[in-house]
Design a protein around this ligand. Structure first.
Ligand SMILES: Cc1cc2nc3c(=O)[nH]c(=O)nc-3n(C[C@H](O)[C@H](O)[C@H](O)COP(=O)(O)OP(=O)(O)OC[C@H]3O[C@@H](n4cnc5c(N)ncnc54)[C@H](O)[C@@H]3O)c2cc1C
Length: 323
């Protein structure tokens, strides 16, 4: 898997179709203007009349250029794909190579695709959220890790995309506002493609030398072959003592050395920080797993009541976040 990432990381963003945010509105372009740029500030020297010379200071927009727009569907071009497991693929989309995606950890984005038509023959859109796993500070691209379901409307659309095709995206949608050292120890329980928001948080912590948060991840999958980005997670855990990863699978092979079966109370007690003010447990996985671990989210997508293993072990709603 490291090779996939290396290949994708080396690939230069190929052109762009998106780019919001660096609007030039506010600039006044007088006739005969001469522009100079210095230290992030642009100046335009111009003659407003034959007798007076004005120096007009124009500050560039305050933040960095961002590609995402929360109010407008923006097209991003697919640059490359890589197979990660028998049913999961990595997709790299590109945009203005001088811009960032414009997303805080932990956030997702919304995608849409025209799938089918309504009675009047107009395209019907399917929309689904996804969680980029590339560094939010990366310029010119973002990566999505997507599990492709045989009957899945949007994931099948992803599977049909070819390099050069575009995807419509809106966002970001902020889920959990992560701030460095907000907790001493973060526990994570992920199932299958539920690893994506965890990776966002893990990488934000590990790339910041001032962030001393400990992270303990319990990652459940059907079989060893289904474990997504295992090589990457193992490399991170080997390089950063504050990250611990424990895998469990429903269908172990003879040589499997990790946990067996669903995440149990024993695994949670051994592998997660205990229920204290200094801990936070993040949970993301398929509905059955959420029910077993923490209870699902409410119908209106708020956090809903805490139940399941975490409740039984004494965690409170304040200590748990369901993605
Ligand atoms: C905040 C958020 C972030 C997400 N981030 C990611 C991400 O980074 N990567 C990713 O792959 N997905 C992610 N998802 C899930 C994603 O939004 C879609 O729900 C998923 O891709 C299925 O959509 P679909 O249109 O392909 O399937 P649908 O057409 O919605 O479903 C068709 C069939 O697929 C199967 N199916 C769909 N979803 C599941 C499931 N969760 N578990 C078991 N079977 C299922 C069922 O058989 C279902 O009947 C995220 C979801 C949320 C809420």
């Amino acid at each position: 898997m490291a090779a996939f990432f290396q290949r994708l990381a080396k690939a230069a963003p190929a052109g762009f179709t998106a780019g919001a945010g660096n609007s030039m509105s506010g600039f006044r372009f007088p006739i005969g203007a001469l522009a100079a740029v210095s230290g992030g500030i642009s100046y335009i020297y111009y003659h407003s009349s034959p007798n007076s010379v004005c120096l007009d200071e124009i500050k560039e927009q305050s933040g960095p250029k961002v590609a995402l727009n929360p109010d407008k569907w923006t097209e991003f071009k697919l640059q490359d794909t890589a197979r990660v497991s028998h049913n999961t693929q990595l997709f790299r989309f590109t945009f203005d190579p001088t811009a960032k995606l414009g997303l805080d950890v932990a956030s997702c984005l919304i995608t849409r695709a025209p799938i089918g038509q309504d009675a009047e023959g107009k395209p019907k859109f399917v929309t689904r959220p996804y969680t980029p796993i590339s560094d939010p500070d990366s310029k010119g691209y973002f990566d999505l890790l997507i599990k492709v379901y045989p009957e899945g409307k949007m994931s099948q659309h992803f599977a049909s995309l070819k390099p050069g095709d575009v995807l419509e995206v809106k966002g970001p949608i902020e889920k959990l506002k992560y701030t460095p050292n907000m907790k001493k120890h973060i526990g994570m329980i992920a199932g299958g493609s539920g690893i994506t928001p965890m990776l966002q948080v893990i990488e934000a912590i590990l790339k910041n030398p001032d962030d001393t948060t400990k992270v303990s991840l319990l990652y459940a999958n059907v079989s060893p072959d289904d474990i997504l980005l295992k090589q990457k997670l193992d490399l991170l855990a080997a390089g950063y003592p504050n990250l611990k990863v424990y895998y469990t699978v429903d269908n172990p092979t003879n040589s499997w050395k990790g946990g067996k079966g669903y995440i149990s109370k024993e695994m949670a007690v051994k592998g997660l920080p205990g229920p204290t003010e200094d801990t936070l447990i993040l949970v993301c996985g398929p509905p059955g797993m959420m029910g077993h671990i923490s209870g699902g989210k409410a119908k209106d997508w708020t956090q809903g009541e805490l139940s399941g293993i975490l409740k039984e072990l004494g965690y409170t709603e304040k200590m748990v976040y369901k993605f």
